[in-house]
Each structure stands twice: as C-alpha cells, then as structure tokens.
Design a binder for this molecule. Structure first.
Ligand code: DGL
Length: 246
C-alpha cells in the first residue's frame, strides 16, 4: 500500500495535493496543514526546519512511504534535513518547478514570486541559472499568503496588492511567472489578468511528472485523502474539500 504524506503551512499545499490526487498514484494521501503556525515564509531557517521535522513526525504515524513537501519555503530550507530522517523518498516542490521549465526558451523573461524565505534562499535562482536562464526577476510577495488563507482570491484588495508589488515591472514583457509558493496557484486568475502574456508555472503539476519519472508506481482506481491541520480542523477541512472539489 502506497501512502503519500504531504504538508504545507496551511491551505497552499492543497494546490499540490489536488494534482497528486488526480494522478491516482497512491492508495492514500495524508495531508497536514500547519494552520496554527502559518505563515512559514517570514520565519527564520531553523524554525522552518523544526516545523518541517514536526510535520514529518506527525505524518509518520500513518505509515507513509512517500513525502511531498508541498511548501516552497520548507523545500528551500528543510528538504535535506527531512531526507536524513527517513529511508523513503522525499520530494520538494522547487526541483519539480524548475524541471517544468526545461523546454522553455532560455532567453525568456522570468518573474519568480515566492515568500521572503524562498526568495532569500536563492534556491530557485541558482537552479534556473544552472539551466541557462538569464533573465530572472525575483520578488518576495508574502501578502499573497494571508489573502489565500482568507479566501480573498479575486478582490479589489488583491488587485491593489498586485499593483504595489509589481509597480516597477513591465508586466507585458513577462513570458513566464513561476508561482514559487503553493498558495499562489489559487490566485492564478489574478496573475493572468496582470501578466496577460505569461505562462504560469505551478509545481503541483510538475511534481506528478517527477514522481512518475522516478518511481514505477502502479496506478490505483481511486486515491483516498485524509486531511489534518494543527488549528481549526473543521474549517480547514471545509475549505480544503471545496478546493479539492470533494
Ligand atoms: N505555501 C508555502 C510556500 O509554498 C508557505 C507560505 C507561507 O506559509 O508563508 O512557500
């Protein structure tokens, strides 16, 4: 029986869980959203590592044999520590996101958005440069996380925050926007509105490819999902189920 543990600071990782659920690769998904401690993105590295190890400890209770770190912030700083703890595969979303760009023009104008910690870690930027991409602008956009947690997906406030963060960007010229935070795919419509010519890259879709390419998993008829959170579990389940269309 293949069981995949997935965690994020909150609802964001549901955008990744949704893709993994659709792919029918696992018998069961155990999802943990650390809603008591969201956001992770402006905490320091050692705190994020500690939170990530605690999330893993919780998920281990369900005999998982795969772990997907559905949080770019934790993927930026904690994946190596997580790998040391277990003998089963651990996937971070950053490698998957970069992998999804492998066939893109290396001269593309790329806009990378993520939390402060993700942008500061330079993990995406280093991977992208190694792949030969030259035109990368990176901006930390932490306010998008509470907007999504509050369900403010399309609103005047959301547009105003977009205008504030991207006031110095020639939006028409952006070819690719890397949604470097798993909360951001929920804002895809607003990203499309502000960056009309850009392709949006979302690591949830890419991670399914990565798992398929690395492991020969026999597909199942249906993947079950169990949802947990460290605070407000009833509300969390309600919102997560709505996002997952369950
Ligand atoms: N969804 C997360 C990420 O991908 C974390 C956002 C946060 O808690 O700040 O980075």
């Amino acid at each position: 029986m293949n069981k995949c543990g997935i965690f994020d600071s909150g609802i964001g990782g549901i955008s990744v869980a949704k893709e993994i659920l659709k792919a029918n690769l696992f018998d069961e998904i155990i999802y943990f959203g650390d809603t008591a401690r969201v956001p992770y993105g402006n905490k320091n590295e050692s705190t994020i590592i500690r939170y990530s190890l605690e999330a893993l400890e919780f998920l281990k209770n369900f005999d998982i044999n795969f772990l997907v770190v559905a949080c770019n912030t934790a993927s930026a700083v904690a994946v190596n520590e997580l790998k040391k703890e277990v003998s089963f595969p651990v996937f971070g979303v950053i490698e998957a996101g970069v992998e999804a760009l492998k066939n893109e023009d290396k001269n593309s104008n790329i806009l990378l958005v993520g939390t402060k910690r993700t942008i500061k870690s330079n993990k995406y930027q280093n991977f992208l440069q190694k792949e030969g991409f030259k035109n990368i602008t990176s901006i930390a956009t932490p306010l998008f996380v509470p907007l999504v947690e509050e369900g403010l997906i399309e609103s005047e406030i959301t547009d105003k925050i977009f205008d504030m963060y991207f006031e110095n960007i020639d939006k028409e010229k952006i070819d690719i926007v890397i949604l470097g935070c798993t909360h951001y795919p929920f804002l895809a419509k607003t990203f499309k509105k502000h960056f009309p010519n850009a392709k949006l890259i979302h690591s949830g879709q890419a991670i399914v490819e990565m798992i398929k390419n690395n492991y020969n998993l026999t597909s199942v008829n249906k993947t079950n999902i169990k949802l947990f959170s460290s605070d407000n579990p009833t509300e969390f389940k309600k919102v997560a189920k709505k996002c997952l269309k369950l």
